[in-house]
Design a protein around this ligand. Structure first.
Ligand code: COI
Length: 367
């Protein structure tokens, strides 16, 4: 798909004062502050994408009968812009996010957006708000493209006929403020994230809404995150929190990775995909397969599994130190971040922050 849409640009008349911005960038937290501008593009059936704008960041006004409020026809993406040692700014695999956005759109009966327009939206916003890209190691400008159904109608016979695509940007520190401290995870038997034929592989808001109760259950049980098991047998491990999972078998030169295969109920993570390409080049073979919760416990007891980590755009790599579930509990390795997890983390972060070569062409220079 190609697009010739031009953006109408309206710069903020009241941008955040320099000193205030610097104060925010020094300690941004995660997803709490937003830059001075945003992207909006509209869509109407029969007309296609139109009215592309870069405008000052601010509230949007919608009729209470707007479809998204009632039937949650909404999708989103998450990606980041990184400051490089030479002062330039890059994004990481934005076309992978564009492709996934369109896969999510198809599942949710929403229109696809030309990849070129999606990427151009990110470039325009990051280029305009480049002073908001944190320079502190480990920090980034988190980009949140999303699309909502905007037809004003309560009928559910057909999907919305109109949509709004937006991109907002948030200077962000570490997703877990305590850094790579390992998380403990709760294997929920009561709740599932996704069922065959459902929306598990789409990045739609509803998947996350449905996760909050299970997350609360995990916290009640003294854990940080939920481990999601498959909906049919409550046995096969799928994801952790909002991240994909990777299991390290063996150690040293014998280390290898296993990650649950994309069965349709898992989110196809860009970080997951990047690690599947990166690890073999570092001499760590990878396999997409399946692992049951009992097997996981047994392989930790026998020492076969040495490390486990979650991976996603927000936290990159987040080691898992221990697992709990109804009537069971075990530790992974010595409960500390393992060398394979940390090496992969460093290599990937090195590519993103421009301190290591990028043989894959993943970084995409913006300014
Ligand atoms: C990610 O790991 O990037 C996520 O999906 C988390 C995000 C929903 C905050």
């Amino acid at each position: 798909m190609s697009s010739t849409l031009d953006f109408e640009i309206t710069l903020s008349q009241q941008p955040t004062p320099h000193a205030e911005r610097e104060r925010i960038l020094a300690d941004p937290g995660w997803g709490q502050h937003f830059t001075d501008h945003m992207i909006t593009i509209r869509y109407a059936a029969g007309r296609g994408w139109y009215d592309a704008r870069l405008e000052p960041y601010g509230p949007i006004s919608l009729d209470p009968a707007t479809q998204v409020f009632h039937y949650a026809q909404e999708i989103f993406e998450g990606t980041k812009a990184y400051a490089q040692p030479d002062g330039s700014v890059v994004t990481f695999r934005p076309e992978a996010n564009a492709a996934r956005f369109n896969r999510s759109a198809r599942r949710m009966a929403m229109p696809e957006i030309p990849e070129e327009l999606f990427v151009r939206s990110l470039e325009l916003l990051v280029g305009t708000d480049r002073d908001w890209v944190p320079r502190t190691e480990g920090y980034s400008l988190y980009l949140r493209p999303f699309m909502i159904a905007t037809t004003r109608a309560l009928g559910v016979q057909q999907p919305s006929q109109e949509y709004l695509f937006m991109v907002i940007a948030s200077p962000s520190g570490l997703y877990y403020p305590r850094g790579v401290r390992p998380v403990t995870v709760w294997a929920s038997q009561e709740y599932t994230r996704a069922a065959p034929g459902g929306t598990g592989e789409a990045k739609c808001g509803g998947n996350y809404a449905a996760s909050f109760l299970a997350q609360a259950e995990a916290l009640r049980n003294g854990c940080d995150q939920v481990v999601w098991l498959d909906a049919t047998e409550h046995r096969w491990v799928e994801e952790v929190g909002s991240m994909n999972l990777m299991f390290v078998y063996g150690s040293g030169p014998d280390a290898r990775l296993l990650t649950p295969a994309l069965t349709g109920t898992l989110l196809p993570g860009v970080t997951r995909d990047s690690l599947l390409k990166l690890a073999p080049d570092l001499g760590i073979p990878v396999e997409e397969g399946r692992i049951g919760i009992d097997q996981w416990q047994a392989a930790c007891a026998s020492g076969e599994i040495t490390e486990v980590f979650g991976c996603g755009t927000a936290a990159i790599i987040s080691p898992v130190g221990g697992v709990k579930g109804p009537g069971r509990e075990w530790t992974i390795g010595d409960g500390e971040p393992g060398p394979v997890s940390m090496r992969l983390r460093e290599e990937l972060i090195g590519i993103q922050y421009g301190t290591r070569p990028d043989p894959y062409g993943w970084v995409h220079k913006i300014v």
